[in-house]
Ligand binder design. Structure first.
Ligand code: TMP
Length: 210
């Protein structure tokens, strides 16, 4: 399978500003005449969105934690087969709000299922496929949660978890970024949206020679 496009993922805890930044990043890339597919996980294909609905709208304890991970991976397989890989093959750039690093951080480390379980299942559905670049939007947990509260809306089950969980999540992401430093870029997400966008655009230019 020859994939001439680039696969870029945005990761981070709650309130890091991924939704705002992904829109700005896609607009920036389109301004460079690149075909861009903006997508998200869990979801990104009709069948994967159906799994998201099954999974995220249910309360804590409805799904066994291992089953939950398998559901997320099933959605990821649908996303890869139906959206990501076809786009990369035709040369488009795919920008995804979350990907497997979310599973590593939330399920593998945060919920304690272990990275081995995540890696094992992931390698079965995706072999050694990884993003070309992962932007980790990092900010102190209190700042992220405060942003989320001021934004209002309905909390999903992870957003409702206590501060210790979110702290563990932040540390998990930073550890993953340290292990896979060749593809991770840590972005300080505590500034205003325009400042963060400029940092991301600079990373794009340097990483891909834009
Ligand atoms: P979102 O808020 O970015 O739409 O993500 C919804 C929730 O899904 C968020 O709390 C993180 C969680 N999630 C996981 O727990 N594992 C995963 O693999 C992914 C992709 C998301």
């Amino acid at each position: 399978m020859s994939m001439s496009g680039k696969f870029i993922t945005l990761e981070g805890g709650e309130g890091a500003g991924k939704s705002t930044q992904i829109k700005a990043l896609c607009a920036f890339l389109r301004g460079k005449n690149i075909e861009v597919v903006q997508t998200r996980e869990v979801g990104g294909a009709p069948s994967a969105e159906a799994i998201r609905e099954l999974w995220l709208t249910k309360g804590e304890g409805y799904w066994d934690a291992h089953s939950e991970l398998l559901l997320i991976m099933a959605a990821r397989r649908e996303h890869l087969i139906k959206t990501i890989w076809p786009a990369l093959e035709r040369g488009a750039w795919v920008v995804s709000d979350r990907f497997v690093d979310s599973t590593r951080a939330y399920q593998g480390i945060g919920l304690g299922l272990g990275l081995d379980f995540v890696e094992h299942v992931y390698s079965l559905i995706a072999d050694d496929f990884e993003p070309d670049l992962t932007l980790l939007l990092d900010l102190p947990v209190e700042a992220g949660l405060a942003r989320m509260t001021s934004r209002g809306g309905q909390d999903d089950r992870y957003q409702q978890r206590d501060i210790a969980f979110h702290q563990k999540l932040r540390e998990a992401y930073l550890a993953l970024a340290g292990q896979d430093a060749h593809r991770f870029r840590i972005v300080d997400a505590s500034g205003d949206a325009a400042t963060v966008s400029t940092v991301i655009e600079d990373i794009m230019c340097k990483s891909f020679g834009l």
